[in-house]
Design a protein around this ligand. Structure first.
Ligand code: SAM
Length: 281
């Protein structure tokens, strides 16, 4: 495959800017621009789209997003050392790359986005990957401001995100993701694709927001799933005591078998429980 742009190879960029990867920042860089292009393409059509990227680092995925047609990339990066390398990409693609220095858990990028369609694409730092996803999945109003999320996780986390009821990996994250999105694993990425290689395999997960998820409040759903999965091997007549009330009436009103376990319940059942619990049942 021919080069995706005329910028220098990433290994050279890293060496020139002294970007020794830091474990504390979850820095596992991707150097292979064919792979970063594959991630960009997995996010869907990018023409006219503003992409939000968390943690561009030396810019491998950023370059792929821009080369694959994103109208703009708005990126948030915590590591100041990466900013000069990203400035070179911004100069190569005038007006199309905005880099905000900061912590993705705290910075609100929406004021930088404009009115057009937006997608989120990132090779996430593993130490904050789950809180970032949970933040996006619990945002209100819904449908949200983004058309899709295309995110790299450790494979074990990816499996929890896409898990269906009764699967071993099904838990709170699977309920939240399945409630508000259609989520699937796009492809796996072996450790050797990263510098330095992580210990485990990674997966790119693609999530598309549901236009009309079943009604339930995020807060109540989180309380119900925290109680139910807090004791995931116990029957719900026991585990739901964690809600602070006798759950018998709640379980009966929801039409559920009190002897099932949380991991056996469909997502609709959690939504029903959340609605009834909020109503004081
Ligand atoms: N996108 C680059 C790539 O694919 O090669 C780097 C990905 S690396 C897994 C994660 C990046 O996120 C690093 O550049 C790291 O500095 C950055 N990062 C870590 N914690 C962050 C945070 N809280 N907010 C924003 N960026 C963060």
């Amino acid at each position: 495959m021919s080069a995706i742009d005329d910028l220098p190879p990433l290994r050279e960029v890293i060496a020139r800017h002294g970007l020794m990867p830091k474990k504390s920042l979850g820095q596992n860089f991707l150097f292979d621009l064919n792979l970063t292009s594959r991630i960009a393409r997995a996010s869907g059509p990018l023409d006219g789209v503003t992409v939000v990227e968390v943690g561009p680092g030396p810019g491998g995925l950023t370059r792929a997003l821009l080369a694959n047609g994103a109208a703009r990339v708005v990126a948030v990066e915590r590591d100041q050392r990466c900013l000069p390398a990203l400035a070179e990409i911004a100069a190569y693609y005038p007006g199309r790359l905005t880099v905000i220095e900061g912590d993705a858990l705290e910075v609100d990028l929406r004021p930088h986005l404009g009115d057009g369609p937006a997608r989120i694409v990132a090779n996430l730092p593993y130490n904050v990957a789950t809180p970032l996803l949970t933040g996006w999945l619990t945002s209100d109003p819904w449908p949200p401001w983004f058309q899709s999320l295309t995110l790299m996780f450790q494979k074990e986390v990816a499996q929890r995100i896409v898990a269906a009821p009764a699967a071993d990996a099904f838990g709170r994250l699977g309920v939240l993701a399945g409630w508000r999105t259609q989520a699937r694993i796009a492809f796996d990425v072996g450790p050797g694709a990263f510098v330095p290689p992580p210990k485990v395999t990674s997966s790119v997960v693609h999530l598309i927001p549901r236009a009309a998820p079943l009604p339930a409040s995020v807060r109540m759903l989180e309380r119900v799933t925290a109680a139910a999965f807090g004791q995931r091997r116990k029957m719900i007549r026991q585990s739901l005591k964690g809600l602070g009330r006798d759950p018998a009436a709640l379980i009966a009103a929801a039409g559920l078998d009190p002897t099932v376990r949380a991991e056996e319940l469909p997502i609709e059942a959690f939504c029903t429980l959340a609605r009834l619990f909020e109503a004081g049942v």
